[in-house]
Design a protein. Structure first.
Length: 210
């Protein structure tokens, strides 16, 4: 498996079976780290929920223009909104072809802000939970959201220790200055690795072989 992080929660996952892009959001789109024109293959797009840092309509439209036949896997609340936007790709809201969708409620937002529907997805060796910590199991590799208006490093590391993945790929960390990110990566690595959990230190746009 090859994982390439394109900022925040956007992950390109490449396996012999399929190439999948998770959560193509606004921060990733604005960065232009992912050159869609040079992307040779894409089999699925997965969108865990509708917040703009996970779902940027222009990003999805650009992907759909190049790959008009690939399915989009998402939650039942977002699927009709994608369809209404003019994107004609097929929409999947249930398990299919090696993807297992599981219940992963979005973490509570500050001051009772409305919470949208969020799904977690198991694919191959990877689990991507979107914006959630409250789920019961993970595959070998966990895309772990580290910081957010709704979450903290404490909650993230507690979740990792409870779920016991073998490997953590940190996501959802756009909010950190680069020096702060490296400091928190180092702390997370030093705390998790003695517990038998490998912590990846990714470089945006650079693949990691696992």
């Amino acid at each position: 498996m090859r994982l390439t992080k394109y900022l925040h929660s956007c992950l390109l996952v490449e396996t012999p079976e399929a190439t999948v892009l998770f959560d193509p959001g606004k921060f990733s789109w604005d960065s232009q780290l992912l050159d869609i024109g040079r992307l040779p293959k894409l089999d699925y797009i997965v969108i865990t929920h509708e917040h703009s840092d996970h779902y940027e309509l222009e990003f999805v439209k650009a992907l759909a223009q190049k790959f008009p036949d690939i399915p989009i896997i998402t939650n039942p609340e977002l699927a009709p909104k994608i369809s209404a936007s003019g994107i004609s790709n097929s929409l999947i809201t249930d398990n299919k072809d090696g993807f297992e969708i599981f219940n992963a409620p979005h973490e509570p937002l500050p001051l009772d802000m409305p919470v949208v529907s969020n799904i977690g997805v198991h694919f191959n060796r990877l689990t991507h939970p979107g914006d959630a910590f409250d789920f019961s199991e993970t595959r070998e590799i966990l895309a772990l959201p580290l910081t957010a208006p709704w979450g903290s490093v404490t909650q993230a590391l507690d979740a990792a220790v409870r779920l016991k993945p073998k490997i953590v790929m940190p996501v959802h960390d756009w909010h950190w200055h680069e020096l702060a990110r490296q400091q928190m990566y180092g702390m997370s690595q030093s705390l998790l690795e003695p517990k038998g959990i490998k912590f990846i230190v990714p470089e945006n746009g650079q693949p990691t072989e696992l």
